[in-house]
Each structure stands twice: as C-alpha cells, then as structure tokens.
Design a protein around this ligand. Structure first.
Ligand code: MV4
Length: 452
C-alpha cells in the first residue's frame, strides 16, 4: 500500500493498554521507532509496560484518571519527548479534541484529523455526507425528529418496523426498535431521555428497521494526498449486546459483485471526508444483499488482524506511515486466504458472559501452523476489574473457511487458562455449530445460541 521508505517518527507514545498497546509496540520496534508506554497504577505489571522502551505512570486505575486523562497523557508525551501519539482503539481514539490538542502541541496524532473525526461522530451529519457522496443509507427521517407527531407521520410513510437512534450515539447505545404505532410514543420518550443521559445530546432520528441483517464492514485507508483504497471486508455478525465475539474475512455471505459494490461505496465514503488514516466503513447487509452505510470507525479496530492475515499488510505500520506523510498506491486488496478471529474474554459464558477478573495461575498459549495470538497476559498476571475483559485474540488463517475453522478448533483445544473463567468454551462450541459452519448467520445469531 504505502511505499517502502523511512518515516520521520523517532518516538511514539501509546495512549492505551492491553493487547493493542503491545501490538503497536511490536510494529514500532520493527520500524526502529522508540516507544513510550503509559499505565495506570492497576497496570504497573502489564506487558506493555515491560516491552516499551520507556514507561510513565499516568494515574489511578479509573480510566478518567489515566487513559482518558488528556493533561496526564500530554505531560507524559512532553517529558519523554515523543513526536507521535498512537491512541489504539477505545479510550481517546475517536476524541476529536484529543487529536486537536496533539496537533497544537506539535505531537502527531497517529490517526485522522479532528475534522475527519467530527464528520463521522455525529450520525445525522455522517448520513447526510454519505447521501451527498452517493453511498446507500437506510431510508429514514433524514434529520433530527422534532416532535412525536412528526415521528408518527414519518413512521407511517416509512412503514413499521422502524428504529430510533441517537445522533450522538453509535455502537448500538440508546437504540429503540418500534414494531407498531402504539409503541412509538413510549419509545420516542425513552430514546430521547437515554440519549440525553448518555451523550449530553438528546437528538434522535428514525430509520426503517432492517430485519436480521449481517454486519459487514470494509477496511479502508486514505492518505493526505486524497488517495483512498479498500482492503475488502470483515464479517462481524457474531455479536452479543453489541460486543463482537468473532470476526472473519472474507465474509461467507460475500460475492465478487457485492464486494465490488461495497468496496466502491466505502472508498467514496472515505473520500467524502478526505480521510487520511486507516478506518472502517460499517454496513448493514440484508438478505437480498442490499447494503446500507451504518457508521464509520475512524480508528484501528480490534478485528484489524483478520484483514492483516488475508491481505498480508501490517495495518499499524500503514497507519504510522500515512501519519508520517507517505502516499498510498490507491490499489484495492482482496483476500487471498481465510482468517477467523475469536476474542478471548475473561468472562463466564455459562453465566451470561459475566466478567471474571483475577489472577491467571496457569497459562499455555496455542501456536503452530496458521495460528496467531495477540495477547498481553502471562502466567501470574492479574486481570484488573477496571477495564474491558478481552485478554487475547486468536486468529486462525488457512486457504479455506473450513480449514480455518478446524485450525481454530485445534488452537482452542490447546489453550489452557486457569484461575479465571474465559470465553474459550463458547468458541469451541461455536466452531462446531452447524449454522456457523455453513455461514448461515446474521446479527440475531447470538439471541438463540445456547451453551451446552
Ligand atoms: C440498525 C439495525 C437495523 N436497522 N439500523 C447496531 C449498532 C449500530 N451501529 C447500529 N445497529 C443497528 N442498526 C437499522 N436501520 C440493526 C442494528 C443492530 C446491529 C447491527 C450490527 C450488529 C449487531 C446489531 C445488533 C442489533 C441491532
């Protein structure tokens, strides 16, 4: 994608923790870039702290005192003389103000500009931009709802079921599905109240509800010279309460024609906001293979690894080179292999995926042909209760989907984690599930999946 040349970063501070902090450190080391880890007091024994060239404690365990604390992060960057900040995912990765403060401090934010983040942060604005760019969106209100009467009239036109969404939302927070007019008023009031409470912005809008969709997203990359390309899709339909559990590329639902059309739409979407970094366009795909823009993630994502494995790019390296001013070729890339990622969380899949923090007493990590494990944990490590519960990602790669599933099953059977409950048993059962094996699943799959 980018040319092979030297970047101008000497030292990058990683404003994150866990496996993604380690992931960024690994690429920086390969590129000859020094790294600065930051950590909360709860993470002092973390691998990202041990593997970075330098480490700075930035506060107490609570995220707002540490990984979300911009003054603490900027102080750490200044005292260590970092010339770049990588935000990882979550925390401040899509905080436009943080990107702006980095710029004002002369420290390059390794990600999009504040304007590019803002363009996709407000969902109604994002949708308007997509319509202008010719990217398909779900039919709907096309703007904020200003009264329950307006909502009633619109829902009649669109036809039930409809969905109410917060314009400041995303990732499924504060959405309400409405199946008939008698439910609309209550849903309108609760959606508005929830939006106001969660996002300090009670603006809501309406869309036709797409039933049993697949969640298929396209990885894109853009540079500061206006060139954009895509790296094909990931299928993220296996989710539970808007938390992804498994991702894969290519999607078993994909056709060459659909990939062509979704790839072209994703490139148009990124071009419409002059996007300059790696990013993801999320689409809903219905059973007729109609697809609709949902939102854009202006960050590197947890599941970027499946794209790395099927296209052979290091997406963190590409992100750093783009931030350094390199140009990309503009060629699109297509899967040459099949990759599946299972997220291993410290959660009990037999008890509603309830978090299970604590000390890992015994650990044996799988390996062998076709297996990649990205993880920050080790034997003796204590998983703190303050952050998300993902402790590892296993990525299986093979020539076909069937083989990748078999490789994943084998790796899951080798994985030994004692001391905490994990989602490994769930993944083992999923890999044997007939509908999963047949590629026959939508975002509703987990509603009916039962552990045995
Ligand atoms: C939808 C939808 C159906 N119709 N919009 C969930 C996350 C947020 N990004 C948007 N979401 C949805 N929007 C319309 N018009 C169904 C969902 C949805 C969903 C989407 C992707 C993956 C899992 C999901 C689970 C429930 C609902």
């Amino acid at each position: 994608m980018t040319k092979d040349s030297k970047v101008n970063f000497k030292k990058i501070l990683i404003a994150n923790r866990g496996e993604i902090a380690l992931r960024v450190i690994r690429t920086c080391r390969e590129m000859g870039i020094k790294t600065v880890a930051v950590y909360s007091t709860a993470d002092k024994d973390s691998l990202h702290v041990k593997f970075a060239d330098e480490a700075v404690c930035i506060g107490r365990p609570s995220s707002s005192d540490s990984y979300l604390n911009i003054p603490h992060l900027m102080a750490a960057a200044e005292i260590t003389n970092a010339d770049g900040i990588h935000p990882g995912y979550g925390f401040l990765a899509e905080n436009a103000r943080f990107s702006e403060i980095c710029g004002e401090s002369g420290i390059k934010f390794i990600g999009p500009t504040p304007d590019q983040i803002r363009a996709m942060g407000d969902k109604i604005t994002a949708k308007e931009t997509m319509i202008r760019a010719g990217v398909p969106v779900v039919p709907g209100s096309g703007g904020l709802l200003s009264s329950i009467d307006e909502a009633k009239g619109l829902a009649k036109e669109i036809g039930y079921p409809v969905i109410l969404k917060a314009t400041a939302g995303g990732g499924g927070k504060g959405m309400r599905v409405v199946w008939e007019e008698s439910e609309l008023e209550r849903a309108y009031d609760t959606a508005k109240a929830e939006a106001g409470a969660s996002f300090k912005n009670d603006g809501i809008y309406m869309e036709k509800f797409v039933e049993e969709p697949r969640h298929i997203e396209i990885q894109v990359a853009g540079d500061r010279y206006g060139t954009v390309c895509h790296l094909s899709e990931r299928d993220c339909s296996i989710q539970r309460r808007h938390q992804k559990l498994v991702e894969e590329s290519p999607s078993p639902f994909m056709t060459d024609d659909l990939r062509e059309r979704m790839g072209a739409a994703a490139v148009k979407a990124a071009q419409a906001i002059n996007y300059e970094s790696v990013g993801t366009i999320e689409f809903l795909v219905d059973k007729h293979r109609n697809f609709y823009f949902m939102e854009m993630n202006t960050r590197i994502q947890v599941e970027h690894c499946v794209t790395e494995e099927v296209t052979n790019f290091d997406l963190i390296k590409e992100q750093i080179k783009i931030a350094s001013g390199e140009s990309i070729s503009g060629q699109n890339y297509f899967p040459t292999m099949h990759a599946i990622e299972c997220r291993i969380n410290a959660e009990d899949p037999y008890h509603d995926f309830r978090p299970s923090p604590g000390r890992i007493s015994v650990l044996h990590t799988p390996g062998g042909h076709g297996i990649r494990v990205d993880s920050h944990v080790y034997a003796g490590y204590t998983i703190p209760p303050f952050y998300d519960s993902m402790i590892a990602k296993i990525i299986a790669v093979a020539r076909t989907r069937d083989e990748a599933i078999n490789t994943m099953s084998r790796a899951l059977s080798e994985y030994v984690i004692e001391g905490v409950k994990t989602t490994i048993p769930f993944h083992q059962q999923l890999m044997k599930n007939e509908d999963f094996r047949n590629g026959n699943f939508t975002t509703k799959f987990m509603d009916s999946f039962k552990m045995v």
